[in-house]
Design a protein around this ligand. Structure first.
Ligand code: C2E
Ligand code: MG
Ligand code: MG
Length: 700
């Protein structure tokens, strides 16, 4: 290993398990690389950008598919910030539009597919280090470059100082601009940013201490070092009172003086960063404070606005926290706050970032979520925070009130949305409910037992109904069947979508009973359709994880098949990827039983979880429903089209049937046809409706 300083490496992935895996594999290969490495991890593109602003990284390794900004977009941005950095992209899927071996000379030196092999990582890292070294050398030769560490030297007496600065620079090479006159220096300062300025006293166009005052005005924040003849020590010291940061006496062992000065400047830079940290973070918990939370939320909203995505903000209030302080002492109170802060900071996707927004109040941002998921996330949050907390007075449970609001429904600005979440939170506190979700300004959703009771009654009173959304065969244009989607007609007669009550039912066993009803009702509907339209092949029903794992599921399916005597192959059950990731024997055995009966299994919302097609191949899965977000991405340019066609291609190789979800435009439909998707479903072809009849054939 060389004695060169360690290279800073940044790894970006919103899955912390992958980051851990990377950190391990890096350790195993580090000895084989000719450089020591220092690894940092960012769990989102946003966090990565934040780090890139304060630290220089020689290599950035990023996952391609992250919530929010893609890895490629992040790399593109970083490339503009730092021309010496090398990049490695990690992906779960092959990208047909990306060459396997990226072109020589671009900063993207390698693509790694998950899971990578040791030698692949080794090769990629070696390439990255080599690229970085080459760029550093090139830039050091070619000189001026806007975004390089830079020093300005204004000194008519030759370039000795400049040469020494260059030699002594600690954080890699530095660009040195050397000029002889104050005016030239000021001109450069107006155009470029410098990290430090060295100026001689008594310049031809700036007598005595004038250079110091002029430069301080022109660049108040840039470290300024005065270079003076040994017999001008007094004047040099005086310059410090005018705002210079340090001085060097020329020729008097200027090398070590320079060394000291550069170290001093570096420390100053660090302490500035530290001050930045202190003003943006809460001292007690170490997470962000309210102002920086609002700042980050503002940029998250701007980003989401561009991509038409939802952002959810949760406001968390600790119930009766004052009592903890009063009765158990402030020390214990602090322990509770620190633990809560730590848990919030450790939340994983789709949660993004958290802050302490007040004494006993916290806020969390999640993104992107469909508004339907908000209640579920709020509940998840509540459960995480309700875990016992270890304190010096023993174990404590901190009950919370959580309010939620979403962008854009609840407001447009960070202030408005946090405000709406706060309102929902106080409402929860007043009514002594744990969770209140303010989905929009009008509708309020409670996460308490009352709603659960109402839903139980709804089942008895027959207030549930199914909507059907047709699925069309893209080759023939004929409808092949429909997906059954649950609705609730509440007391007021309003039709409530599943996102607003299914999560509540999932907390108890109610979903199992309602789910059994859904399967039964769906099978009956199929019998009715098939009587009049023999071409209708199937009906699909959604299962939630809770329901899938419940012993009652198989019984419910068996019962429905017996009662209606439909062909089992005409019933398709939709499950989500997450369920399979657990890969328990139990999962396998339920799936094999269903397969043995002939029932079809579809993976819903494919691509939003973390499984890959190759992985799904291990299960008896028939159909892949490509998530609506991928279909929407078709219109946004970029990699969307390539990604969808890659999924279709690979899925077909693995003999899965493909259903494209959420098709909204004729262009999307045409693209999917060309790419050979099997079925399509979406608003363009038919909205979910309680009385769909299978007569219409696709005209296009
Ligand atoms: P899902 O299974 O992915 O259902 C598709 C959702 O996307 C439906 O929302 C549908 O109305 C909507 N959709 C369909 N085409 C388009 C389109 O072109 N554009 C857009 N923007 N949206 C489209 P819905 O009916 O609100 O259902 C939401 C989710 O609720 C479902 O997602 C499913 O996960 C769950 N769900 C629905 N019914 C049941 C059920 O009976 N049991 C369980 N456990 N979950 C259900
Ligand atoms: Mg579905
Ligand atoms: Mg879906």
């Amino acid at each position: 290993m060389s004695n060169k300083p360690a290279l800073n490496i940044l790894f970006v992935d919103d899955d912390s398990a992958i980051a851990t895996a990377f950190s391990h594999s890096l350790q195993t290969i580090e000895a084989s690389l000719d450089s020591a490495l220092k690894l940092d991890i960012a769990e989102s593109a946003e966090e990565a950008l934040e780090r890139l602003e304060t630290t220089r990284y020689a290599i950035v390794i990023s996952d391609q598919r992250m919530r929010g900004e893609s890895g490629l977009a992040l790399i593109e941005r970083h490339r503009k910030m730092d021309k010496t950095a090398a990049h490695i992209l990690i992906s779960g899927l092959l990208h047909p539009d990306l060459p396997e071996d990226p072109a020589e000379g671009t900063s993207l030196v390698a693509l790694l597919c998950k899971p990578w092999r040791r030698h692949q990582l080794q090769l990629a890292m070696a390439k990255a280090i080599a690229f970085h070294r080459r760029q550093v050398a090139k830039l050091a030769e070619s000189g001026p470059d806007n975004d390089f560490a830079a020093a300005l030297v204004i000194d008519p007496q030759g370039s000795a100082i400049a040469a020494q600065v260059a030699q002594r620079a600690q954080n890699g090479p530095m660009r040195i601009d050397h000029v002889l006159l104050l005016e030239e220096g000021l001109k450069l300062l107006a155009k470029r940013t410098y990290h430090m300025i060295f100026v001689a006293l008594d310049l031809p166009d700036g007598p005595e201490l004038e250079p110091v005052t002029r430069l301080r005005q022109a660049a108040p924040d840039t470290p300024l070092v005065v270079v003076a003849a040994p017999n001008r020590r007094r004047q040099a010291m005086e310059s410090l009172t005018l705002g210079a940061d340090d001085y060097i006496l020329r020729d008097l062992d200027s090398n070590s003086a320079l060394h000291r000065t550069l170290r001093h400047l570096t420390q100053r830079q660090r302490s500035r960063q530290r001050v930045g940290y202190l003003t943006s973070h809460d001292q007690l918990t170490g997470i962000w404070n309210r102002p920086s939370f609002l700042g980050h939320l503002t940029s998250t909203l701007a980003n989401a606005g561009d991509n038409a995505q939802t952002v959810a903000v949760f406001s968390v209030d600790l119930d009766q926290f004052k009592k903890v302080n009063e009765e158990l002492g402030q020390e214990v109170g602090d322990q509770v706050l620190r633990t809560i802060g730590g848990r919030l900071a450790a939340l994983s996707e789709p949660f993004r970032f958290a802050a302490r927004t007040g004494g006993d109040q916290f806020a969390v941002v999640a993104r992107p979520v469909r508004s339907a998921e908000v209640a579920k996330l709020a509940n998840e949050l509540r459960l995480t925070l309700a875990e016992p907390i270890h304190t010096s007075s023993g174990e404590l449970v901190a009950p919370t009130h959580i309010g939620a609001a979403t962008y854009p429904a609840a407001g447009r600005t960070a202030d408005e949305i946090l405000g709406a979440a706060d309102v929902a939170m106080s409402e929860a506190a007043q009514n002594n409910e744990s969770v209140v979700v303010l989905l929009d300004k009008r509708r309020r959703q409670t996460g308490d037992a009352r709603l659960e009771t109402e839903l139980r009654e709804a089942l008895e009173k027959g207030e549930f109904l199914l909507y059907y959304q047709p699925q069309f065969d893209l080759r023939t244009g004929d409808p092949v069947g429909a997906e059954a989607l649950l609705r609730w007609r509440d007391k007021s007669g309003e039709i409530v979508p599943p996102g607003q009550f299914v999560p509540v039912m999932e907390r108890g066993d109610l979903i199992v009973d309602v789910g059994a009803w859904v399967i039964q009702r769906a099978c009956q509907q199929l019998v009715e359709w098939q009587r009049d339209f023999p071409g209708i092949l199937r009906i699909a029903a959604n299962l939630s994880a809770r329901q899938f794992e419940h012993p009652g599921l198989l019984h419910a399916v068996e019962h429905a098949l017996e009662q209606t005597s439909i062909d089992p192959a005409s019933l398709e059950l939709e499950i989500t990827e997450g369920l399979l990731l657990k890969d328990t024997e139990h999962t396998q055995s339920i799936l094999s039983t269903l397969r043995a009966w002939g029932v079809r299994i579809a993976i819903d919302d494919f691509g939003t979880g973390y499984s890959s097609l190759a992985y799904l191949h291990r299960f008896p899965v028939d159909t892949i429903k490509v998530d609506r977000s991928f279909i929407q991405a078709l219109d946004m340019g970029g990699n969307g089209a390539a990604l969808v066609s890659a999924i279709i291609g690979l899925a077909h190789k693995l003999e899965f049937e493909i259903v494209a979800e959420g098709v909204e435009t004729a262009e999307q439909l045409q693209f999917l046809k060309n790419e050979g998707a099997d079925l399509a479903q979406g608003f363009l072809l038919g909205r979910p409706s309680p009385d769909w009849t299978p007569s219409l054939s696709l005209s296009t």
